[in-house]
Design a protein around this ligand. Structure first.
Ligand code: AMP
Length: 199
């Protein structure tokens, strides 16, 4: 059987170099299914658990789209939001964006609760393209006026089933209500029970 290759997925050289440095040789099934539609601007609903390569499946094409399409005005508005239920996941996703995007002129930031907000606020004030967040702290900082999602282009809801299990449904809905209507949405869940399907 011919092995699928990252080289055949229309990914830009800085990303292919980063993938090679990570030692990845072939895309995982979720990466094969997700990268092409995300690159072409489509919404994606993915059933995948952590450990399947899901993070790269959305991070690689997001980085490419942001690098290829410059923001409209001056400044550096938040153009991608990744909402995830726990601090550990948020940090992992953020670190993956840093390693995959290290040759691209894009900035990422991670925010979560349970720690002081000032370093997060300081990082946000410098301008970020990609924000990885847990729902409580995100709504908190939006309420305080430190975050605007008005220019958002891509929204990722990660681990939707866990988000609901952990009681974040209202927080998630509050965030979604603040997003521009016209956007690309990527929705990931390990399982698809009725309440997740409804969301
Ligand atoms: P994730 O499901 O995103 O948490 O990824 C699980 C692990 O798989 C992480 O340690 C990634 O670095 C690694 N990984 C992601 N994509 C690939 C790939 N195509 N080949 C080998 N390892 C990968």
């Amino acid at each position: 059987m011919i092995q699928p290759l990252f080289d055949n997925m229309n990914l830009m050289k800085p990303l292919l170099d980063a993938i090679a440095q990570c030692g990845y040789q072939t895309p995982t099934p979720i990466q094969r299914e997700t990268i092409p539609p995300v690159l072409s601007g489509k919404d994606v609903l993915g059933c995948a658990q952590t450990g399947t390569g899901k993070t790269a499946a959305f991070a690689l094409p997001i980085l490419q789209r942001l690098a290829q399409n410059k923001p409209k005005g001056n400044g550096r508005p938040i153009r991608t939001l990744i909402l995830t239920p726990t601090r550990e996941l948020a940090l992992q996703i953020y670190e993956n964006f840093l390693s995959y995007g290290k040759k691209l002129p894009l900035r990422s930031c991670v925010i979560f609760g349970g720690v002081g907000q000032q370093p997060q606020v300081d990082a946000l004030k410098k301008g970020v393209d990609i924000l990885v967040a847990t729902p409580g702290r995100l709504n908190d900082l939006i309420g305080q006026g430190y975050i605007s999602l008005a220019d958002l282009e891509i929204f990722v809801l990660d681990e939707a089933d866990r988000m609901l299990d952990m009681g974040f449904i209202h927080d998630v809905k509050r965030v979604i209500a603040k997003l521009p209507q016209k956007r690309q949405t990527l929705f990931f869940s390990a399982t698809m029970p009725q309440d997740v399907e409804k969301l």
